[in-house]
Ligand binder design. Structure first.
Ligand SMILES: Cc1ncc(C[n+]2csc(CCOP(=O)(O)OP(=O)(O)O)c2C)c(N)n1
Length: 569
């Protein structure tokens, strides 16, 4: 059958199972936009291409499938860049399709020409420039295969306008994609598995460090079996939250810069760390010279280049986390590590009385209240998409995630402006889920234009703006490390209730704790997107905090004790 390049793009996407793409049209991608009308693919018109790449990413994180975004050449393509880098650092599988100027104009500084493959080379898993219509189908198939296999990541395919316009006799390619030299699935070496089992059986104070690899590899059930057999407590990275049930007795919570104090103390006392699908990021380790020096280390990772990159390990197991856990479980002894768990409980010490929730009632609204109440009111079942800043850390501390893919957040790049568009992507991935966006007043304003997309598409997401009148996390650093010189962090915002209303949406304002439940109920009962403006305490800080590059034990703690009643909040 005769097909144009523009048609072939959608033919391949339909065969890859794509039913929604996020994008914005323009000259060099117009042939593709013209033909999409004939295919069963929903196109979501974003308000800025950054939103399109975050939406594709949010869709991918919530569903486990590949997300797709589309943009024109030049400024359209460069606007995707922040979302591509975000997906790259968090190993999120997206395919970005960009139009390019016609091949005879390449290299002439033609109107809207940018070398987008050059620009995105360091922030994509792979990228392509396609100038021949014959190459469109095989290239797109490779792009999907590379994006989803091995360590997932973003792939960009830049297609010239003439390749989109040309026609060929098209036969859909069949069979597996084969790429010489690319070996995405590997299995850990058996002798290394045996070494790891010996270390696990011998250890008296072992800890599991659960990373996002657990979620990506769909390994939550296997992790649970491993923990129930070996009795080893689990600490999670930010992106690993939900990979192990937060309410399980052996779940310790988050590690690292804003992790629980006792988790960081336990890491420093451990005699064995079993790192599963995580990459010893600097936010997790603090000072590498003093990091877990008493512990032997086992590192399970799908990406070989992560082993011994930041932390030298005793055993590296290269492979899929689920697959590797299945190899480890039968060999490990059934054990109860009671004394170690008791020791960790002792390390919890006075943490409970330092918790902001222990403050006697006053008329102040704290972000921690909002997160805790949201968790209770949604029964811990909502899919929460957070932005970056203090609210992100409070969410991680106070919203207990028991299930994977229920927290979508930008970890590696820490991208403000991520949350609202990523939530729109997640909305398409999970039509049945209750979705809450948790976002700061700063980050919300970076991509609030996507409220207009919510309105046009008739989408229901709840936006909780944690409005403290500051770029809170930066203000916190200024408070702790720059003598309270609040340079460029006080921020005036528009009236978010009116902003919602201007989009034909609903806005609600909350200034007191007792108003939280009513607002949540009203948001749930209202059709369409609802923005809840939570006016929280302006100068609260996230505790504990390991200063950048410090020893994990050197945490700044909330001044203690803030109350001595010991009563439940
Ligand atoms: C795109 C981008 N620019 C700058 C930063 C640096 N940064 C990290 S947190 C933060 C403040 C966030 O403020 P807000 O969105 O109001 O959230 P809050 O910390 O108050 O919860 C900034 C500016 C960033 N992470 N991303």
């Amino acid at each position: 059958m005769k097909r144009t390049g523009a048609q072939i793009i959608w033919e391949v996407l339909v065969r890859e199972g794509v039913d929604v793409v996020f994008g914005y049209p323009g000259g060099a991608i117009m042939p593709a936009y013209d033909t999409i009308l004939g295919y069963p693919i929903r196109h979501v018109l974003v308000r800025h291409e950054q939103g399109a790449s975050h939406m594709a990413d949010g869709y991918a994180r919530a569903s486990g499938k590949v997300g797709v975004c589309v943009a024109t050449s030049g400024p359209g393509a460069t606007n995707l860049v922040t979302g591509i880098a975000t997906a790259m650092l968090d190993s999120s599988p997206i395919v970005c399709i960009t139009g390019q100027v016609s091949s005879k104009l390449l290299g002439t500084d033609a109107f809207q020409e940018t070398d987008i493959t050059g620009v995105t080379l360091p922030i994509t898993k792979h990228n392509y420039l396609v100038t021949d219509v014959q190459d469109i189908a095989p290239t797109l198939r490779e792009a999907f295969y590379i994006a989803r296999s091995g360590r997932p990541g973003p792939v960009l395919v830049d297609i010239t306008k003439d390749a989109q316009q040309a026609s060929i006799d098209f036969e859909p390619p069949k069979g597996e994609v084969r790429l010489p030299g690319y070996r995405p699935s590997q299995h850990a070496v058996q002798t290394d598995i045996e070494k790891a089992i010996d270390l696990i059986d011998e250890a008296e104070r072992p800890l599991i460090l659960a990373g996002q690899g657990i979620v990506r590899a769909e390994a939550t059930r296997e992790l649970l079996s491993f923990v129930e057999k070996t009795g080893i407590p689990v600490a999670s990275t930010l992106l690993g939250l939900g990979g192990f049930p937060a309410t399980h007795p052996l779940s310790l919570g988050m590690m690292g810069m804003h992790g629980e104090a006792w988790v960081n103390n336990a890491i420093q006392e451990a005699d064995l760390l079993i790192a599963l699908g995580m990459r010893f990021d600097d936010r997790v380790t603090g000072n590498l010279k003093t990091y877990a020096v008493k512990a032997k280390k086992i590192h399970v990772e799908i990406d070989r280049s992560e082993i011994n990159k930041n932390v030298k390990v005793d055993v590296g197991l290269i492979g899929d986390v689920r697959d590797t856990l299945l190899s480890l479980i039968p060999g490990c002894k059934q054990r109860n590590r009671g004394p170690w768990v008791e020791r960790i409980n002792l390390l919890k010490g006075d943490s409970a009385v330092r918790d902001i929730q222990q403050l006697p009632y006053n008329d102040k609204l704290y972000a921690a209240h909002v997160m805790h109440d949201l968790w209770r009111l949604t029964d811990g079942k909502a899919l929460v998409v957070t932005d970056v800043g203090q609210h992100q850390m409070w969410e991680a501390q106070y919203y207990k995630h028991d299930h994977p893919r229920k927290l979508v957040t930008s970890g590696g790049l820490g991208t403000m402006g991520f949350a609202l568009p990523a939530a729109i992507g997640a909305r398409f991935a999970k039509p049945e889920d209750e979705i809450w966006v948790v976002v700061g007043d700063g980050g919300f304003q970076m991509t609030a234009c996507e409220l207009s997309t919510c309105a046009q598409e008739g989408l229901k997401v709840h936006v909780a703006v944690i409005n403290n009148g500051y770029l809170g996390m930066v203000r916190q650093w200024q408070e702790f490390f720059y003598n309270r010189r609040y340079s460029a962090t006080p921020m005036r915002s528009p009236d978010f209730v009116k902003l919602a209303e201007a989009h034909g949406l609903t806005g609600i304002r909350v200034t007191k704790r007792e108003e939280i439940a009513g607002a949540v109920e009203r948001a749930r009962a209202t059709p369409g997107t609802v923005v809840v403006d939570f006016r929280v305490e302006q100068e609260d800080s996230v505790y504990p905090m390991v200063p950048a590059g410090a020893d994990l034990n050197d945490m700044i703690r909330r001044p203690s004790p803030i109350v001595e009643t010991g009563e439940d909040p």
